[in-house]
Design a protein around this ligand. Structure first.
Ligand code: ATP
Ligand code: MG
Length: 691
């Protein structure tokens, strides 16, 4: 029987998934996933010239339409109706997953959506039910500045679910963007208000809780990150004498740049907004209290990071406050749920402390951002859920972002170039193409621009991982270290999302180095029997890699390491432009390793003995040399009588001698065979970038 070729493999995959989607047994989410996978496959096939541009275009059209129909659908049963995600993406003119794909939604046809129509209609009804003069206004540049009393009193006076829902919906509309706001009916609903009414904190708390619960399903269906962000950042700017220092902005601050695309409508919105003025509420001091829940919901904390109101506190709040008290000298941050288990605490020269490990994916809000290239936040910043999150992370699950921050962002112990023995050529090349450009991006521009993908290949135990860590330390970049096998095994079924999240977070933490150990297991050549999920991960990875390696703005370097370079897919190989061979250490390097390790021990090796060891260890890898030294260092202990071990003083243990190395050579053997070495040499001559 004829062996299946990659193309008929594709075909059968395609047919299988097509039947799955059309069989009516899939949920909307599964369908969306499938269509999305199809789109990725088309991109991949096109990128690899497996299909023509015309074919790709027609397939794109077909599948993006189908995908969008599910994503954008207002129908709760058949769609995911998280169109807000696409609106945000569109409004920011930001690439979603690919520069080829765009949502079917446009800023014009969004008004035709049933759910938007309903909201407009609801806005009209609500507005007509409000006879009181408007005393809150919209300020797009600073968020909505509404007096606390009117907004809060909305919940108390018009306490019905419907009206609360409406208020929430309107606020949410506001945070979704000017195109919705700008519409007369929807913006009017925002301007509506009622006279201040005194309410207890309980009522306010309930109102807030109600607000969060009653948000219209259309909006609730936005992705976790986006929706949570949008609701939690929905807050009020309290002015007047009642709330000193309580500046709560109704808009997500990061939403402002998101809407800065210069369409006429948006300009009109900003014009309208700029003319608006803040109306101060007449809320008396005693009327100010907002329960902790409410203020927490509203995303407010005072300067000490505590909720502004004494009284009820959630357990989470209380825990956080306790922690704050314990660590007063440490940078303040809000409570953050931990998804990762045990965290790595690899310092990399960054003193962070127990609270300082987490660097939030939040760009600086000082307006100095230029859209991403320099949005690396301060180390040890906060992860306050009320803080705005980078637009680029809105489509990424929060859980994923935190996982990456906790588990993958690596802050390892500093590694110097001197710690790596030998491999002089690789070190020099890396310094030239990685470290210097990271340090001086102003000089390394144009043709001198650094490569975005590097592959370190060579026999096991030669220091590839060590080099990866050294790059991270020496370049000052944020270092993400992930083992490819963990993508396929640890986060089963989530690997694809993980890859997407990894690159998204890296984009927010530029300059960044993504180090992928054992990259062969992620990018091995496609073949029969390959699992669908690993195929998807691979496709996603290639797309992300393509984005990162082709974007001239992003300062992301992908470093892959493998000891099986021959297994890497050719498409991936092409993207990892600089392929550096990390060979077995030469005699001088082996000597360096032994000298370095023995310098920390009590050792009596003479120079000629050292030379002999170096000679005898020909063919040993760096890891083998380390193992040899470990074994030899046990020699003096083994020579002791078991009785003595209990009583002997450390300084009485005899020094490590040549004879210990001689016996160590009897148990430690080279781990790389000469046959394997030939394979590496051949591959290096064919694809390597060494001399
Ligand atoms: N060139 C070297 N200089 C100093 N130590 C080395 C060197 N190469 C390897 N070692 C030692 O071997 C250990 C393992 O090295 P490392 O994990 O970097 O190898 P690797 O090339 O990534 O191996 P693998 O391909 O199996 O992942 C290091 O922790 C270090 O102690
Ligand atoms: Mg390694």
């Amino acid at each position: 029987m004829e062996a299946p070729t990659p193309s008929n493999l594709h075909l059968s995959d395609w047919q299988r998934s097509y039947f799955a989607i059309t069989s009516d047994t899939c949920t909307a989410t599964q369908k969306a996933d499938e269509y999305r996978a199809k789109i990725l496959r088309i991109q991949y096939a096109w990128a690899n010239s497996e299909i023509s541009q015309v074919c790709a275009a027609s397939l794109f059209k077909k599948y993006t339409e189908k995908y969008s129909a599910i994503i954008d659908s207002g129908n709760l049963e058949t769609g995911l109706n998280n169109y807000a995600e696409n609106i945000l993406t569109l409004a920011k003119c930001q690439q979603n997953d690919s520069d080829k794909w765009q949502s079917a939604l446009t800023t014009d046809n969004v008004f035709e959506l049933k759910c938007v129509q309903e909201r407009m209609q609801a806005g009209k009804i609500f507005q007509s039910s409000q006879m009181a003069p408007a005393d809150a206004c919209v300020r797009a540049d600073k968020g909505v500045s509404a007096s606390a009393a009117p907004a809060l009193s909305k919940f108390s006076v018009f306490g019905s679910a419907r009206e609360t829902e409406l208020s929430a919906g309107s606020a949410k509309c506001a945070s979704q963007g000017p195109d919705l706001l700008e519409h007369p009916s929807s913006s009017k609903s925002l301007q509506s208000s009622v006279p201040p009414v005194t309410k207890t904190s309980d009522t306010l708390s309930a109102a807030s809780a109600s607000l969060s619960n009653q948000v219209h399903p259309d909006f609730q269906a936005t992705p976790l990150f986006g929706s949570k962000e949008a609701t939690s950042s929905c807050s009020l700017k309290m002015s007047g004498n009642c709330c000193d220092g309580q500046n709560l902005s109704l808009f997500n601050q990061s939403a402002a740049p998101a809407w800065s695309a210069s369409s006429g409508k948006r300009k009109a919105f900003y014009g309208l907004a700029d003319e608006g003025s803040t109306v101060t509420s007449s809320l008396a001091p005693c009327q100010a209290p907002i329960s902790t829940e409410a203020s927490s919901f509203l995303g407010h904390r005072n300067r000490n990071g505590e909720s502004s109101t004494p009284g009820f506190k959630t357990a989470k709040e209380q825990l956080w406050m306790d922690q704050q008290k314990k660590s007063q000298n440490l940078p303040q941050r809000a409570p953050v749920s931990s998804y990762g288990g045990v965290k790595k605490s690899l310092g990399a020269g960054r003193s962070r402390g127990p609270f300082g490990k987490f660097v939030p994916p939040v760009p600086k809000q000082d307006g100095s951002e230029n859209g991403g290239a320099h949005c690396k936040p301060h180390a040890g910043g906060t992860t306050d859920p009320s803080l705005p999150v980078d637009e680029r992370l809105k489509t990424i699950e929060r859980k994923m972002v935190e996982l990456i921050m906790h588990e993958i962002m690596d802050h390892g112990p500093p590694v110097n170039w001197d710690d790596i023995a030998g491999v002089e050529f690789a070190k020099a090349t890396i310094k030239e193409i990685v470290v210097w450009p990271m340090l001086r991006p102003d000089i390394f521009t144009g043709l001198r621009g650094p490569p975005k993908g590097i592959l370190l290949f060579g026999p096991p135990g030669t220091g590839k991982t060590l080099i990866g860590k050294c790059i991270a330390c020496q370049s000052g970049a944020t270092f993400f270290s992930i083992s490819a096998s963990s993508l396929t095994s640890k986060w089963v079924g989530e690997g694809e999302k993980m890859v997407r999240a990894l690159f998204a977070v890296a984009r927010c933490q530029q300059p960044a180095v993504i180090f992928i150990d054992e990259i062969d297991s992620l990018l091995s050549q496609r073949g029969e029997g390959e699992h669908e999920s690993s195929r998807r991960i691979k496709t996603e990875f290639l797309i992300q890699l393509d984005g990162a390696t082709t974007s001239s703005e992003d300062r992301i370097l992908v470093v892959g390491a493998t000891n099986r370079p021959q297994e890497i897919d050719e498409a991936a190989r092409r993207r990892l432009v600089k392929r550096l061979y990390i060979p077995l250490p030469e005699a001088s390097a082996r000597k360096q390793i032994v000298t370095r390790l023995m310098s920390k021990e009590h050792c009596s090796l003479k120079e000629e003995e050292l030379e002999l060891i170096v000679k005898k260890s020909d063919g040993f890898s760096g890891a083998d040399m380390t193992q040899l030294c470990r074994e030899a260092s046990l020699g003096p202990i083994r020579s002791l009588q078991s009785m003595d071990i209990a009583t002997i003083m450390p300084e009485q243990v005899r020094p490590i001698a040549f004879l210990d190395f001689e016996s160590a050579f009897r148990t430690v053997r080279p781990s790389v065979s000469s046959k394997d070495l030939e394979l590496y040499e051949t591959w290096n001559q064919t694809f390597g970038c060494g001399r």
